[in-house]
Design a protein around this ligand. Structure first.
Ligand code: ACM
Length: 500
């Protein structure tokens, strides 16, 4: 066995997103050994099993999950219930002492948050998939932590390029590390339709065939989609599926001629222009189509929200846009779902349960502020800060730059509560980092654009505004690099960060 490293790679004050309170105690380091156990009672077992699966491959230890009252051996204890009320649903307390580690939360979700923090206190090699011969010392100290915003999201555009279920799961595991709790899947766009709709089978059969640049298409069967949703749920992540409309609909219009005003299918498109497509607003069949899609999608989506798009409908007149949503909005409540949509839907006076997602770089928007005054919570994704598909700089080999170049500091140094003039913190649902995939073809491409910026969006969404500090963040971020390397992830080694 190697000697303990003189200083451990990370302490509790290095955790990303930075906790509400963290106090390091180097005299309280804990060493996980072949004799260690994971203790959990009934409803904490799912998280305990997940933790065991994280720790077993690199340690090679058995790490049995045992009853809470099995006190004989040292280990990690998951304690559920009667935790501090300030921790809420997602918060946790974490204590690392010489004789053991305790995670304490009010819910399994909170314990899951604690596990993500605990992982960072181990040597980075804990993330490898083969047995590593070394000591497994966990940094000592205490953490008290809960999120600033309830909605911390990532979006993956699987329409411009298709990503297989395993690739989506890989991304789910990556975002879960940073306590992201919502995955927005952009399932349909001009270049592809990616979800099986049984009442309109040609959407997947024809609309699923294409992708940007003539690359291979694909779609999820409803069974595959449900499997992704379940996998996300096992990481305490809720999936919000998006069917974009009334624009961004060329793939549907290529699949079914009856969705077009002239009754003829349009040619498929694999270029990256936007704003040319629209459903046919006056035709009754348009609303049968939309309702069938919403009904089928609602039936396979346990989460409360469906995203009904609404962006860049440049080929739909403003009057038609309102007509469209006047008919479509009530469909969501018929299937017991709430509306999520791009902020452009704010002009349609959506129900106050709807969450408009603000994506424009502009710092003022009267329609969005009016919606917030009516009671809608706004999800913040300004493209010049939160879009993961913007290039870092002019040399970045993939990505777009219509909203500018977004370096690691740009992606971190903004406040969702003050970005949009006239909004205040209690009118914000949270933060989402969208990844559009016109130029993104592989998991390595996803990771290169998402990391490190996704970690910044996650910290902005989770950590108290009072902790916001670029120099402190940049030092902690540097220490995430070895974790990503151990996980076999690609990432952008920004010159703004002194990577270890
Ligand atoms: C968008 O970027 N069109 C939402």
């Amino acid at each position: 066995m190697a000697d303990n490293p003189p200083t451990l790679e990370r302490s509790v004050t290095d955790i990303v997103p930075v906790p509400v309170q963290a106090k390091a105690d180097p005299k309280a380091n804990f060493t996980l050994t072949a004799n260690s156990v994971i203790r959990a009672e009934h409803q904490a077992r799912g998280v305990a099993d997940y933790l065991a699966q994280l720790l077993r491959p690199a340690t090679g230890y058995k790490l049995p999950v045992v009853e809470r009252h099995d006190k004989g051996r040292p280990g990690i204890t998951l304690q559920l219930g009667d935790a501090d009320r300030r921790l809420g649903e997602e918060g946790y307390q974490l204590t690392v002492k010489k004789d053991g580690v305790t995670l304490w939360a009010n819910t399994p979700k909170g314990l899951f948050s604690a596990v993500q923090s605990l992982r960072q206190l181990f040597p980075s090699a804990i993330n490898k998939t083969t047995v590593q011969k070394q000591d497994w010392v966990v940094s000592g100290g205490t953490v008290f932590d809960h999120p600033r915003f309830g909605w911390r999201g990532a979006m993956l555009d699987v329409a411009r390029h298709f990503f297989k279920p395993d690739q989506v799961k890989r991304y789910i595991d990556q975002i879960a590390q940073y306590k992201i709790n919502t995955l927005h899947l952009h399932l349909t766009d001009d270049q592809g339709w990616r979800i099986e709709i049984k009442s309109w089978p040609k959407l997947a059969e024809i609309g699923g065939k294409t992708a940007v640049g003539g690359d291979p298409g694909g779609y999820y069967t409803q069974e595959q989609y449900k499997d992704i949703v379940n996998y996300a749920a096992s990481r305490h992540i809720t999936v919000v599926p998006e069917v974009d409309m009334p624009g961004h609909t060329n793939a549907a219009q290529a699949s079914y001629g009856e969705l077009n005003c002239d009754g003829k299918p349009v040619p498929p498109r694999t270029d990256i222009e936007v704003g040319y497509s629209s459903l046919c607003i006056p035709k009754p069949i348009t609303y049968k189509f939309v309702e069938d899609v919403i009904r089928e999608l609602a039936a396979i989506t346990p989460g409360p929200y469906l995203n009904i798009g609404g962006d860049e409908a440049h080929s739909t007149t403003p009057a038609d846009y309102k007509t469209f949503y006047d008919k479509v909005s009530p469909m969501l409540s018929r299937y017991d779902k709430k509306i999520m949509g791009w902020h452009n839907i704010a002009v349609t006076n959506p129900p106050t349960s709807a969450v408009p997602q603000y994506w424009d770089p502009a710092t003022s928007n009267a329609d969005v502020v009016a919606a917030a005054k009516r009671g809608n919570k706004i999800l913040m994704s300004p493209a010049n800060k939160a879009y993961l598909d913007m290039k870092y700089n002019p040399q970045t080999p993939i990505g777009l730059h219509w909203a500018g170049y977004v370096e690691v500091k740009d992606a971190y140094a903004w406040d969702p509560a003050t970005y949009l003039q006239g909004l205040s913190e209690n009118q914000i649902a949270g933060v989402e980092a969208p990844l559009w995939t016109e130029t993104v073809r592989t998991s390595a491409d996803i990771e290169y654009l998402a990391f490190p910026r996704l970690a910044g969006a996650a910290e902005i969404g989770w950590s108290p505004a009072s902790t916001h500090n670029w120099d402190n963040y940049r030092a902690r971020l540097a220490k995430q690099g070895p974790i990503w390397t151990a996980l076999g992830m690609n990432f952008y080694r920004s010159p703004q960060v002194d990577w270890k």
